[in-house]
Design a binder for this molecule. Structure first.
Ligand code: ACO
Length: 281
């Protein structure tokens, strides 16, 4: 992207902001972008510090794989109850994952999940650009995004159950929402690989493109997303996000409320987005 500056962040992340587009890059290709607590904290920090002009966030991985999931050195010994070791540190801020008997075990996981949850904020549209493998925590990162573009060689795998873990980085709900409960059970409990072709059929990918066309496909989608008025885009995303939890009558009422607020605000010369209503992420 012209004019963008990519700032290094903790955990081997990079953040580039070019006007309304932020690009978050997992940048530890020599480990296939394996994730550590520093990555999850870094993602959360990016989410909480995103400038208000950003409307689209692209999440990508450097090198042959989008993301190989948790850094496996963190799990060393964890299943037996002893604390995992911190990964060999190329990066500042590495920490071991907590033990289940640590007092703050649940809070720690919540802090990791914060690195994923902001990608659903109605103020932005998030796009995962996935090449090669997206495994475990990496698959969940792709699922945390609103939209996914995959290359033909992409492979998705929810590996956690095969390692004696449940997926706990916010991926289970979007997976069930997208593929349905029976398929989600099958994908998770077999920990099998879903190819890009199958991902398209299962609606886990909006688009599958040849490997050399990922950047241009992402650029085209970003341009199309930005062509819609910012306030309208935010209001529409929030409206759509609430649809699943509403009856038809409730959602119809929500459409009327949001439309009145959007157009009324515009008439008054107020560019602010309509309130997203209860339950907004
Ligand atoms: N954690 C730590 N290091 C990793 C990880 C990982 N998750 N994945 C890859 N690496 C390292 C490899 O050890 C290797 O290091 P080396 O060069 O020092 O030997 C380097 O990255 C390259 O990996 P290769 O396996 O050589 O790369 P390849 O492209 O052939 O395969 C693949 C990529 C398929 C991702 C493979 O590395 C793999 O299966 N990784 C483990 C995936 C996994 O089980 N993740 C945990 C999921 S569960 C969860 O996320 C909670």
């Amino acid at each position: 992207m012209t004019g963008s500056r990519a700032e290094p962040k903790a955990g081997g992340l990079r953040l580039g902001i070019d006007g309304a587009v932020a690009t978050v890059t997992l940048a530890r290709p020599e480990r296939r972008n394996a994730m550590t607590p520093a990555v999850w904290h870094g993602l959360a920090e990016i989410g909480s510090g995103l400038p208000p002009q950003v409307r689209v966030v692209v999440v990508r991985g450097e090198g042959p794989s989008f993301c190989a999931g948790i850094d496996l050195s963190l799990l060393a010994g964890a299943a037996g109850g002893s604390r995992g070791v911190a990964p060999q540190g190329e990066h500042d801020g590495n920490e071991p994952i907590p033990r289940p008997d640590d007092q703050d075990f649940v809070q720690k996981i919540a802090s990791y999940q914060a690195g994923y949850l902001w990608l659903r904020n109605p103020a932005i549209v998030s796009v995962a650009a996935v090449q090669g493998h997206a495994i475990g925590a990496g698959f969940q990162l792709a699922l945390a995004c609103d939209l996914r573009i995959l290359t033909e060689d992409a492979k998705l795998c929810m590996k956690e159950p095969a390692l004696g873990l449940v997926p706990d980085l916010t991926g289970t709900k979007p997976l069930v929402d997208i593929v349905g409960l029976p398929r989600a059970i099958e994908i998770c409990l077999t920990a099998r690989t879903v190819t890009a072709a199958e991902a398209l059929l299962l609606r886990l990918a909006e688009l599958v493109v040849p490997a050399g066309e990922l950047d241009s496909a992402v650029a085209d989608l970003v341009a199309a997303l930005l062509a819609t008025d910012a306030g309208t885009a935010r209001a529409t995303k929030a409206l759509l996000q609430h649809a699943a939890g509403h009856s038809l009558a409730e959602q119809a009422a929500e459409e009327r409320r949001v439309q009145a607020e959007l157009l009324g605000g515009r008439m008054r010369g107020n560019g602010a987005s309509p309130s997203a209503g209860p339950g907004s992420p």
